[in-house]
Design a protein around this ligand. Structure first.
Ligand SMILES: [Zn+2]
Length: 317
């Protein structure tokens, strides 16, 4: 851990708690939007852990996970430091959208560019102001659109330490997920920093289950990193999946799932149906393999090819 953490010219020493506001960009209304960064430093030495929420502005569970940890004081480490950014994309949050107002996705804009679009500017700020200060990170997400994710940690198993960290977090599911081009996780990885992606629930909705698993997992990771002494036990053992697929709609229509998020399914099991809205036809949906449902589309209206269920398989024993 560095002697001082230096963010936007503010020096934060051991034993100090600070809130720094990063100046990013103005809205077209000339309203300034600053990005609040909370820094919690214990007196004792230890790693620096970054918590980021709301990189996608409509994904609220992560914002609530970090907010509750701040509010309850659980965020305070006994050793080391926590840098918390509950809401990275305030711009998208204001409009209930994933990206920034020009439609670009921050999580596909890394490592960013100082003179680029707003998404690239935010990415650039994170890479220059925050990433050099940290050792580890958890980036909190939910499913996109109306798709809900069962609480899961995603990381690439090609980096052995990632898997150890994911196991320490102890989410119900751990998924091998290759690094996505221009994502925050990949850009941080190139700088030698380990970032886990936590996914739980769906956009624009709170999931108590996903929020609680997120808080508990963060505390378990902090304990693993020797930042705190006590952390909650796992509610369910982690299952590690090597592969996952999307089950997609073969027809457009009204989708009803009889299978639930988190459920184990067998090959050829009936999972639900897609109905034609005028009452003539109903097409049944069957499982293509034995798997577990780790993501589920809650939108009743689906188009041909839409993602219905995310299923994981190839369980690591
Ligand atoms: Zn997301």
């Amino acid at each position: 851990m560095p002697e001082t953490i230096n963010i936007a010219g503010r020096k934060v020493h051991l034993g100090e708690i600070e809130e720094v506001h990063l100046k990013i960009a103005r809205l077209p209304t000339y309203t300034n939007i600053n990005l609040p960064v909370h820094i919690y430093r214990a007196r004792e030495d230890g790693p620096v852990l970054l918590l980021t929420g709301g990189l996608h502005g409509d994904e609220l569970n992560g914002i609530e996970i970090i907010r509750r940890m701040i509010n309850s004081g659980l965020i305070l480490p006994q050793r080391g430091s926590v840098i918390a950014m509950p809401l990275v994309n305030a711009y998208g949050f204001l409009q209930n959208v994933r990206g920034v107002p020009d439609g670009k996705d921050i999580n596909r804009s890394f490592p960013g560019n100082k003179s680029g679009s707003l998404a690239k500017l935010i990415a650039h700020t994170l890479m220059h102001q925050i990433i050099p200060q940290i050792d580890y990170g958890i980036d909190f997400h939910t499913g996109g659109a109306s798709r809900a994710n069962y609480p899961q940690v995603r990381c690439t198993f090609s980096v052995p330490e990632n898997k150890i960290l994911a196991k320490a977090f102890g989410a119900p599911m751990i998924l091998n997920s290759p690094l996505i081009e221009n994502s925050f996780r990949k850009a941080a990885h190139k700088k030698g920093k380990h970032i886990l992606v936590y996914e739980g629930g769906e956009s624009l909705r709170f999931s108590e289950h996903a929020i609680q698993e997120g808080i508990d997992g963060t505390l378990r990771l902090m304990k693993h990193l020797n930042m705190i002494d006590e952390a909650p036990e796992q509610n369910e053992p982690s299952e590690i999946y090597l592969k996952s697929d999307w089950l997609r709609a073969k027809y457009a229509g009204l989708f009803v799932s009889i299978a639930e998020l988190g459920q184990d399914i067998k090959r050829k099991e009936k999972l639900g149906h897609i109905a034609e809205p005028f009452g003539h036809e109903e097409f049944e949906i069957f499982s293509t393999r034995s798997a577990r449902i780790i993501g589920l589309n809650y939108s009743p209206v689906v188009h041909k090819g839409d993602a219905l269920m995310h299923i994981a398989y190839d369980l690591e024993k």
